[in-house]
Ligand binder design. Structure first.
Ligand SMILES: NC(=O)c1ccc[n+]([C@@H]2O[C@H](COP(=O)([O-])OP(=O)(O)OC[C@H]3O[C@@H](n4cnc5c(N)ncnc54)[C@H](OP(=O)(O)O)[C@@H]3O)[C@@H](O)[C@H]2O)c1
Length: 334
């Protein structure tokens, strides 16, 4: 039987006194995750780019919460640049002296034009992966301090089953624009692959971060990733499909996804990884989780899912970290 909202909330810890940050936390799945955590009394920072739009979404979300709940606050974050991600994390460390939960949920998809970010990386890779790499590694000192003082710190990275479309990380291709890409309807296929590669990178990041933290003795910091489900009612993929009638293609995809998962249900797996006592009790580390659906596409539960051979490749997980160690000075902080 599908899990009711009260039963789902009941399956989470009381998060009173704890502090969380959800990237992309003021829209889509991130906003629902923010609400779930606040409903369990957490202080939650919804981190996003657009202050005015986010404050409106936060006000609407708070209006639906019962009287005694945690607080939802706005924190500025632009994941698309290294500087934006770093600055946001540094500012956050001045705001709070603990951080118990990070949900690295923000992301973009279906950018059919293969262009480079300000830092010279393919744009989906830059936002979905590099921005989060910099953001989370900059927050690590605070996360580690929280784990030493209070235990049980969660880092949840929202990936996608779409990582299975990844062909592998070709670091030189990731730094080369392809002018003209996105002009044809067929460019949608390489865009799916690039999206998959950005999510594969996040899988490597999660597993390697978890391994590093455990080697350092931080065994009560739990890093896991997940596929949330398929929720066509979010803005994912909005406006990214290119000049060949992209709005039409986007509408078709949304129509096909409509009978699939609700935003409420597709937000549950990442929330569960962030807040269920089971994660600690079952010592869930470095895993990839996915929801289990009823035949009517309602959320039943979530569980660990197996990874492809490409995602399990330990050498490639380490290579990713080594690449960033050369490319930025961020990873040296760990
Ligand atoms: N929906 C699905 O079916 C599905 C399936 C698999 C995986 N996912 C993953 O789930 C996550 C959430 O997606 P969603 O469906 O909720 O999509 P969404 O409605 O488009 O939400 C994406 C969020 O990411 C934020 N974001 C985008 N670029 C950003 C940037 N440069 N800096 C900071 N924040 C940024 C957005 O903020 P703005 O509001 O400012 O744009 C928004 O809050 C994504 O990682 C996505 O890949 C979703």
């Amino acid at each position: 039987m599908a899990v009711t909202e009260p039963d789902f909330l009941e399956s989470l810890n009381d998060l009173g006194g704890r502090v969380a940050i959800v990237t992309g936390g003021a829209a889509g799945l991130g906003l629902r995750t923010t609400q779930y955590l606040a409903q369990r009394n957490c202080i939650v920072y919804a981190a996003s780019r657009n202050r005015e739009k986010s404050l409106r979404a936060i006000a609407d979300a708070e209006a639906t919460l019962p009287d005694s709940h945690g607080a939802i606050k706005f924190h500025h974050l632009d994941l698309s640049t290294v500087e934006g991600a770093r600055r946001s994390a540094e500012a956050f460390q001045k705001l709070e002296d603990r951080l118990d939960i990070v949900v690295a949920n923000g992301g973009v998809s279906m950018l059919a034009q293969n262009e480079l970010s300000q830092d010279g990386f393919e744009r989906m890779f830059a936002t979905n992966h590099l921005g989060h790499f910099v953001f989370v590694t900059t927050l690590l000192d605070l996360l580690k301090r929280t784990s030493k003082s209070y235990g049980d710190v969660r880092i949840v990275v929202t990936s996608s089953i779409g990582y299975r479309n990844a062909t592998g990380l070709d670091y030189s291709a990731l730094t080369q624009a392809r002018p003209g890409d996105g002009d044809s309807v067929w460019d949608v296929i390489p865009a799916f692959v690039r999206y998959g590669n950005s999510k594969l990178a996040n899988m490597y990041f999660t597993i390697e971060l978890d391994r590093r933290l455990r080697e350092e003795g931080y065994t009560d910091m739990y890093c896991n990733s997940c596929h949330p489900g398929f929720a066509g009612a979010t803005n994912l993929g909005g406006g990214g499909f290119g000049p060949w009638g992209g709005a039409w293609a986007e509408n078709v995809i949304r129509l096909l996804m409509k009978p699939l998962n609700s935003v409420e249900d597709a937000s549950k797996t990442q929330t569960y990884l962030a807040a269920s006592a089971q994660i600690l009790q079952q010592d869930v580390h470095g895993q990839f989780w996915a929801p289990v659906w009823s035949w009517t596409q309602r959320y039943l539960r979530c569980r660990a899912a197996s990874l492809t051979e490409l995602a399990r490749d330990e050498e490639k997980q380490k290579q990713l970290w080594a690449f960033w160690e050369r490319a930025t000075d961020m990873a040296k902080a760990t």
